[in-house]
Ligand binder design. Structure first.
Ligand code: GLN
Length: 532
């Protein structure tokens, strides 16, 4: 097994995740079995307990891991389902080491930060490779080099390289700013971050330079001789309008070929034909449609972040591009929602969420969509609020609500799942939601079954509340269609309305399964209806 570490320098947010995903795709396209691991330095065991303002989206895998959004990038690029072995946090590492120490599994040894922490990391990297039957394991180290948090992941890299020189390489992603007051691209920050990396005993094999433009020859030369690497191993990663172009940009610089040579792997040829075809569609699309996401937005100081809905945004794009449509996303703040926000909007998504904030705005938006034939796709909380809206305004259940929002409501049409109650009573919050892949049966003749073109599906979940079984009958009698149910028919998984261009909501998160080359059927439905 071979290993590629990916680190970042200078600033965060350089797109290391996309770089990792792109490298994985390039190798996969050469017939190599790859897997990718995200290492996060936080002490949280997983991302499930971190608030979205701090973490962005929590991505969920088939096997129910609440993880970093980079895992979402990996899946969207290599079009494969990843699992719990693909996500490593300091929290997991320390938890396991302390568990082992308490059960005397170290046989009286003195348990130390070094080597025991990096050794546990290495054990996990190797296990991930073995269990995913990978030839190449790509390991993305979260954060930037030089910070205290991730030094042990870097140390794990050093130890692996020391043991198996031929099998481990390192890609460093750095930033070359072009300050407006200078009008010149500067390479010093990259040189500095490589120096920091070197002081941890790691010499990078490739430097990927994120910058506004491609790096020119003189700057490549400078980076090469100051950082001890060949000029052709300095790879440009300029700003592009779509992240899906990055694998092609790397391919043009023969990054796959160069990596394979360094790792001593012989592989078949591939020109990335299918991927390129999909990228061409991004270019071609001409008709613009506007999709509103009525959500909660995180404002930190002067900046508003939409990262919490990244999979939703990507799913909209995937479905639009394949229909030769250019999607324009409009961020609509649920807390300040007015009907005027939906003027000129062709379709809306109400994404998942937790807690009270913005709830009434979401309900108003759903009411507007229902009454005006505006295409609507509700996701998880989006389904729950669609049921609340329907109960209030069609079934006449005044002030109906979810008990998450109003525990004292007279009509708890959305209620906590019985097995979830126990967890909350014991303050047992970590990884206890209904998580990951569950089967769902679709009713014949519904929009959902037509879009999926099958009657049995598997989708990913992350919730504690459900449509209250006590209200199933009254909701259905008033015309709400349960188009998807759990196999035992107890849980409502998809709802829809007749006589509406597209009014569909899911208790699960279809956005976690949409892929660039394989868009999700429900997003296809939303886009096609919005286009009409
Ligand atoms: N807060 C809701 C629940 O826990 C919805 C969760 C979500 O949208 N992911 O059921």
């Amino acid at each position: 097994m071979k290993y590629i570490f990916v680190s970042g320098g200078v600033i965060s947010g350089l797109g290391k995740g996309v770089t990792t995903a792109s490298v994985a795709l390039l190798l996969k396209s050469r017939g190599i079995k790859v897997t990718a691991i995200k290492c996060d330095a936080y002490m949280n065991v997983d991302a499930g307990t971190i608030r979205p303002q701090e973490h962005g989206e929590v991505f969920v895998t088939d096997d129910g891991i609440e993880c970093d959004q980079d895992i979402g990038h990996y899946e969207r690029f290599i079009n494969e389902n990843l699992n719990r072995t693909n996500y490593v946090t300091n929290g997991q590492i320390y938890q396991e080491i302390i568990r082992r120490e308490r059960s005397f599994e170290y046989n009286g040894e003195d348990v130390e930060i070094v080597p025991h922490v990096p050794e546990e990391m290495i054990r996990r990297f190797k296990y991930a490779g073995r269990s995913n039957k990978a030839d190449v394991v790509i390991i993305e180290v979260g954060g930037t080099v030089g910070e205290y948090q991730n030094v042990l992941f870097i140390e794990a890299n050093r130890i692996m390289k020391y043991r198996d020189k031929e099998d481990v390489i390192h890609i460093h992603v750095g930033y070359l700013p072009t300050p407006t007051f200078l009008g010149e691209m500067k390479s010093k920050p990259v040189q500095t971050s490589v120096r920091v990396l070197s002081s941890s005993g790691i010499q990078p094999d490739f430097i990927i330079g994120r910058a506004e433009k491609p790096i020119d020859e003189p700057r490549k030369e400078r980076i090469a001789w100051l950082c001890n690497i060949d000029k052709e191993d300095v790879i440009s990663n300029p700003d592009v309008d779509s992240i899906y172009k990055i694998p092609i940009i790397f391919k043009e610089q023969k990054l796959d070929e160069k990596i394979l040579r360094k790792l001593g792997i012989k592989a078949k040829k591939d020109d990335l034909k299918d991927w390129k075809k999909s990228v061409e569609r991004i270019q071609k699309n001409n008709k613009v449609i506007k999709i509103g996401i009525v959500g909660k937005y995180a404002t930190i100081g002067d900046y508003t972040l939409g990262d919490a809905y990244i999979s939703v945004v990507e799913s909209i794009k995937h479905a639009a591009w394949i229909n030769n449509i250019k999607p324009e996303i409009k961020w609509i703040d649920a807390e300040k929602f007015t009907e005027g926000d939906l003027k000129e909007i062709d379709g809306i998504v109400i994404p998942g969420g937790f807690g009270k904030r913005g709830i009434e705005g979401k309900i108003k938006a759903i009411k507007y969509a229902r009454e005006h034939g505006l295409p609507f796709l509700g996701l998880c909380l989006g389904l729950q609020m669609a049921v609340v809206e329907f109960a209030r305004n069609i079934c006449g259940l005044k002030d109906a609500n979810s008990t998450e929002i109003n525990p004292k409501t007279n009509y708890p049409v959305i209620d906590i799942m019985p097995e979830q109650k126990k967890f909350l009573e014991k303050s047992n919050y970590g990884a206890t939601m209904r998580l990951g892949k569950y089967p769902c049966k679709l009713s014949l003749g519904t929009k959902a079954s037509k879009l999926y073109e099958t009657n049995e599906i598997n989708e990913r979940h992350r919730h504690r509340y459900e449509v209250n079984p006590k209200y199933h009958q009254i909701l259905q009698k008033n015309g709400l269609i349960f188009s998807g149910l759990s196999p035992n028919k107890k849980l409502v998984e998809i709802i829809e309305l007749k006589n509406h261009p597209f009014f569909v909501a899911t208790q699960f998160h279809p956005e976690f399964k949409s892929r660039f080359t394989d868009p999700h059927p429900l997003f296809m439905g939303l886009i096609q209806a919005s286009n009409k």
